[in-house]
Design a protein around this ligand. Structure first.
Ligand code: FMN
Length: 164
């Protein structure tokens, strides 16, 4: 799909087909994540890819608003080095790159809150994540079993030329 239509078509998908995503595709999606812009090109990120059913279930039990993760084909957890001043923005940029890359492959995603969540420590402990990393986001992934059409504000409501 062409980039502009991917950006315009993307919506959060929370229902997935029971169909795996190939390792090559997952790797290419993460490759797009690691190419995101970051402050001073610090690239403070690490990406944990989970495909095992039991582990997806574990995450879904922890993530307050991510119960649907148990039915995903995969899930990516984005971590960033916490001593980096812009770790949140950098991690968010990588998250969005991953979401857009996945959409281009016809894969549905949902960004599930990860930063400052009560379950951050539980997930870090379970997956043996180094202490210096903060969880930024969890991205569920799977071939879509729904076609959500969430309403958006109009361009007119949010676009301001030269002055507000
Ligand atoms: C920082 C952030 C955290 C989010 N956390 C959740 C979440 O925990 N659970 C969920 O179902 N969706 C979550 N979402 C997805 C939003 O609900 C969704 O993007 C929003 O409703 C707009 O819908 P759309 O993505 O289809 O355009 C999150 C999105 C962002 C950017």
């Amino acid at each position: 799909m062409e980039t502009i239509s991917v950006l315009k078509k993307r919506r959060s998908v929370r229902e997935y087909l029971d169909k795996p995503i190939s390792k090559d595709v997952l790797e290419d999606i993460i490759d797009c994540g690691r190419l995101a812009p970051s402050a001073n090109n610090s690239q403070p990120w690490h990406f944990l890819v989970i495909t095992k059913k039991e582990e997806l279930k574990f995450i879904s039990k922890k993530a307050t608003y991510g119960k649907f993760i148990k039915n995903a084909a995969a899930c990516v957890i984005v971590f960033c080095e916490k001593n980096n001043r812009h770790h949140l923005e950098d991690g968010a940029a990588a998250t969005e790159n991953i979401i857009i890359a996945a959409t281009s492959y016809g894969i549905g995603t949902c960004w599930v809150a990860g930063y400052n969540r009560t379950y951050e420590e539980d997930l870090k402990e379970h997956f043996k994540i180094p202490e210096n990393l903060r969880m930024i986001s969890i991205i569920s992934m799977g071939y879509p079993a729904e076609d959500p059409q969430k309403q958006k504000k109009s361009l007119k409501e949010v676009l301001h030329w030269e002055k507000f």
